[in-house]
Design a binder for this molecule. Structure first.
Ligand code: FES
Length: 592
């Protein structure tokens, strides 16, 4: 198309100069024309911030100011003085024979993928929620997929936060894990949510400077692993980072690197209320999305949380009235960081097959810590793998959330939540490595299930199969479930609706999409996002194990209850997302 043919008649020059401005609509685009300083300028009428009509703005000294939040734009090129507002689109103009012409579809200077990729980086650097929303939506609309922006965001997260891994990249990883369970529009919300949390975590933080790997990679793995654990034990971040980077540079497998990390993450029980192992597991999961080539920076970000962690063997609840740590040390081989006792049990169990019994499940949910620890040890000696045991303990931890009594203090939701996500993280970690150290994570989770026992007093009832077979249409039930999130205190009703959905043969995938939407339209915090992701992972595991539908849905009952306890929120992030979506689609927001 020639340049001339792209230009369309827009206004009389005489009229525009007399009025100073004019709003025109060309090819469906509302354009604000200005005559200023002897020049004709044209900009998108929608303020890139929140869509206020710029034709109603002020022009002075070459600056267009939007009156709503006072963002200023350089009138000739549209660049903003106020990055939170974003740049405004400008259009070329020409004057021919007293008539102003405008090109409403100028050629793009960059492809949409490049443009939005650049904007994503700006949004991260300056922690600009609107720019992040526009760019994540723009990238997915340009069919870039979530992995590329996720890799960019992870790189940013690890470079610009001296204190390393945090809730932001964990949220990003959790949401990437459930991406396939979401509606396309919610996939955009998920990416936006993950990226904005990373940007927020890094805002104002000191950058991170790497410790390099050793100049030799010729160190035996067991020695490297020993050095790494020793460094973490004495909270030596630099030494630990050099060991970890050396293990990766030496080309050790993902399973070996996982062994090294999860060994240190379980050398003391339940580090930082479980967050350290949770972070580590999510970091490995992130690498499944973006590729192992990012392993050195992504995993090195775990060092700070590892070396600064609080250790539960130093907490009174693990020492009084029962010395739970002593019970564990007896099994481990004399110390919390030992594994010789576990190795002996594993040897005893070699070649044997173990299946959990109903009595074993009951023991885990009981009030006898010695019986719990002995039961786990006996199971190992009978051939139970860490993966199998972690799965059984995760079921018990799920029950603690599903049966959380609403009369408890609100903050106690997080006590059962932490146990649940920790148990799930241990279970996920056992897929990566069969390191004997991970049995300790199973014991930690089981001890927490024991410590949380009073939070199921009285237990919220878990619906029995068929108890809520109302014959209602599953879609109606899902709508009702979403509605429970609009009102405070609908905890038990949310759980009941999930059970009704099962009883009425509802599609679990549709239920997950509904729960995902319910989560992402809220200003959901770190824990709620983690909770849903862990519930989806546990549901998938149970479904693959071919358990009955009611049992498989228990994690979804648990997370629906947890969500209902924390919703509704102000939904501010959703407002930004909606505005960004409409601006990207070229829609008018405030009427042109
Ligand atoms: S500054 Fe224009 S809409 Fe906010």
């Amino acid at each position: 198309m020639s340049t001339d043919s792209r230009f369309v008649e827009a206004a009389s020059l005489e009229e525009l100069e007399r009025e100073g401005r004019k709003l025109v609509s060309k090819n469906g685009t509302a354009i604000a024309l200005f005559a200023h300083d002897g020049e004709i300028r044209a900009v998108d009428n929608r303020c890139p911030h929140m869509g206020f009509p710029l034709a109603e703005g002020s022009v002075d000294d070459g600056i267009l100011t939007c009156h709503w939040h006072h963002a200023r734009f350089e009138l000739s090129c549209g660049d903003t003085f106020d990055p939170w507002a974003d740049d405004v689109q400008t259009y070329p103009t020409e004057v021919r024979d007293g008539t102003v012409y405008v090109d409403p579809n100028p050629p793009l200077e960059k492809s949409p993928a490049t443009h939005w990729g650049d904007r994503l980086e700006t949004g991260l650097e300056e922690n600009l929620r609107l720019v992040i929303a526009k760019s994540t939506i723009g990238l997915l609309d340009a069919d870039v997929g979530y992995r590329e922006p996720m890799a960019t965001t992870l790189e940013f997260a690890t470079r610009y936060r001296e204190m390393g891994w945090s809730s932001g990249p964990t949220i990003l990883g959790c949401l990437a894990n459930v991406m396939d369970d979401l509606e396309p529009a919610d996939q955009k919300r998920a990416l936006y949510t993950g990226v904005r949390h990373v940007a927020s975590d890094c805002a104002g933080e000191a950058p991170n400077f790497d410790q390099p790997s050793f100049s030799t990679t010729d160190v035996a793995f067991e020695r490297l692993k020993g050095w790494f654990r020793d460094c973490v034990e004495v909270r030596d971040a630099d030494g630990a980072e050099r060991c970890l980077r050396t293990a990766i540079a030496a080309g050790h497998s993902e399973a070996e690197v996982a062994e090294l990390v999860f060994a240190a993450a379980t050398d003391h029980p339940y580090l930082s209320t479980g967050h350290v192992l949770d972070f580590a597991n999510t970091a490995f999961e992130c690498l499944e999305h973006v590729g192992w080539e990012a392993a050195d920076d992504v995993l090195a970000a775990l060092i700070d949380p590892l070396v600064t962690a609080t250790r539960s063997d130093e907490r009174s609840s693990w020492r009084q009235p029962v010395d739970l740590v002593a019970l564990l040390e007896e099994v481990y081989g004399g110390d919390v960081s030992e594994t010789s006792g576990l190795e002996a049990l594993v040897e005893d169990g070699s070649g044997k097959t173990w299946e959990p019994t109903p009595a074993f499940h009951e023991t885990l949910l009981g009030d006898d810590p010695e019986a719990i620890v002995d039961g786990l040890a006996d199971a190992i000696a009978a051939g139970a793998s860490a993966e199998t045991l972690a799965a059984v303990v995760t079921e018990a931890a799920t029950t603690r959330v599903a049966q959380f009594g609403v009369a408890n203090e609100f903050s106690d939701w997080n006590t059962v939540h932490h146990t649940f996500t920790y148990a799930n993280a241990v279970a996920q970690a056992t897929r990566r490595t069969d390191a004997v150290e991970l049995y300790r994570g199973v014991f930690d989770a089981a001890i927490n299930v024991y410590l949380d026992r009073f939070l199921n007093t009285p237990p919220a009832p878990i619906p029995k199969p068929g108890e809520h077979d109302t014959g209602r249409d599953p879609e109606t039930i899902r709508t009702a479930l979403l509605e429970t999130f609009d009102t405070e205190g609908e905890v038990n009703e949310a759980g009941r609706l999930v059970a009704e959905h099962v009883d009425c043969d509802g599609d679990p995938a549709a239920l997950k999409r509904t729960l995902g939407h319910g989560l992402l339209r809220e200003d959901a915090g770190f824990h709620t996002i983690q909770n849903l992701e862990a519930a989806f992972q546990e549901f998938d595991r149970l479904e693959a194990a071919d358990v009955d539908a009611a049992s498989a849905h228990r994690p979804l009952i648990a997370t629906a209850r947890y969500m209902a306890a924390h919703f509704p929120t102000r939904r501010e992030a959703e407002q930004t997302f909606t505005i960004a979506s409409r601006l990207n689609r070229g829609e008018s927001i405030h009427g042109d």
